[in-house]
Design a protein around this ligand. Structure first.
Ligand code: URA
Length: 330
């Protein structure tokens, strides 16, 4: 770009900024009035509700039923903290429009657009700060960071032969995600793709789970995903009680280290095993259960949702309850 064109661009940006300041009734560092803040907050909440509905519709409704999300009356306000209302918008690079996420993945598109709204859900938890890596080599596990504890646990489990499931496995699937996640998902056991890759929920049901996680405002890396059993049951059968008994202590250790605020159990097997009950998923889902002080929300397994489209809306209701709890609304 020539220096003249560059100068023009700067002038345009400055003009836009000044016009914005004038519209907001703020000049320079004059803080926004209470009224402006309240109106901003109201618009933010309306926009949030509209977008949340749009995400739900994109993910969970059949195309025919999908309603176009109502266009917000005003330009969607950036959902920053109220004080930020007095900040000017970032100047837009006119020459190079930002690359758009592929149209084929609406949840990615919506997630990117909507991500800032969820920052409050993802606020750092109030855990004592962990020592920065690299950590001093200490033989006292109580001083270890969650990352190190999980690493140790996964090493300890590798080569496990405690139950017959080891005979058919290609890879043990320990689990993955943020070792300090506020939210944890627990499935029943690895399937074919997970066994091949050594990672949880990477097959078709994993794709849906990833979309559900994104619709909640998280990335996969923000949460922790694990299974009741770490090795694939043959032909994807349900894990047998002895297999669950042998493997559950390791999941319990993972939970103890991660200290999630909420665990979402996926499907009847994981729900019954983790809660130590024997009920139908229909009777257990839709409300929180307490498991040693951790809130557990049972919901449908993504594999089931792939076969039963009509239950997706119910699953989304469960996830919305989880989001509200993580926001501190309930
Ligand atoms: N189903 C599960 O329960 N867990 C996985 O990891 C994949 C599919």
């Amino acid at each position: 770009m020539s220096s003249r064109a560059h100068l023009h661009q700067l002038v345009r940006q400055l003009r836009r900024q000044l016009l914005w300041q004038r519209d907001q009734g703020v000049v320079g560092i004059v803080p926004a009035t209470d009224e402006a803040r309240a109106s901003f907050e109201a618009r933010r909440q309306a926009h949030q509700a509209a977008r949340q509905e749009a995400v739900r519709a994109e993910l969970f409704e059949e195309p025919a039923k999908r309603a176009k999300p109502a266009a917000p009356e005003t330009r969607p306000a950036k959902p920053a903290a109220p004080a930020a209302a007095a900040q000017p918008p970032k100047p837009v690079e006119e020459a190079k429009p930002a690359p758009r996420p592929p149209k084929s993945d609406p949840s990615t598109q919506l997630y990117r657009e909507y991500k800032p709204l969820y920052e409050e859900i993802k606020r750092p938890r109030s855990r004592a700060p962990q020592p920065a890596a690299p950590q001093p080599a200490s033989s006292d596990p109580s001083t270890w960071s969650p990352t190190r504890k999980l690493h140790w646990l996964s090493k300890h489990l590798s080569g496990c032969t405690r139950c017959p499931l080891h005979e058919g496995r290609t890879n043990l699937v320990f689990g993955e995600g943020d070792p300090e996640a506020r939210l944890m998902f627990v499935g029943e056991g690895p399937g074919y793709h997970e066994d091949q890759q050594g990672r949880p929920f990477v097959g078709p049901s994993g794709e849906l789970l990833t979309k559900m996680i994104r619709a909640m405002g998280f990335a996969r890396e923000d949460v922790y995903i694990a299974n009741m059993v770490k090795c694939r049951p043959p032909e994807n059968r349900n894990p047998a009680p002895e297999e669950l008994m042998k493997c559950t202590p390791f999941l319990e250790k993972q939970i103890e280290v991660i200290q999630p605020e909420v665990i979402v159990t996926l499907g009847r097997v994981a729900t019954n095993a983790l809660l130590g009950v024997d009920g139908s998923l229909g009777s257990l889902r839709g409300r929180f259960h307490d498991r040693d002080g951790v809130a557990v929300m049972p919901t449908y397994h993504p594999a089931y949702l792939l076969r039963n489209d009509s239950q997706k809306a119910a699953a989304w209701e469960d996830l919305k309850q989880v989001m509200a709890r993580l926001r501190g609304d309930s």
